[in-house]
Write a protein that binds this ligand. Sequence first.
Ligand SMILES: [Zn+2]
Length: 88
Amino acid sequence: MMNCRKVESLVTDYLDGVVEGITRLRFELHLRICPSCSRYVSKVQKLIEALGRLPANEPVSSEKIAKLQRIAAKSADFGGDPERSPQS
Ligand SMILES: [Zn+2]
């Protein structure tokens, strides 16, 4: 079973479409059972889309994405509490 840390490390590759085969299946399976990662992936996806809408024509580097990933991870309290939802 893929764990959250593995998903976190693969998310940009996954969104780039370079994660294939069994790894992709495991990734998607984990997203189905793990709301935290599912939310994280959609958050990173939105960040990438937001970057794509920037006026600058330069392609988004993977370093930039990695940085965004770390920012997103922090803001999402990744691996911890779901964002501000009071469920216990
Ligand atoms: Zn997870």
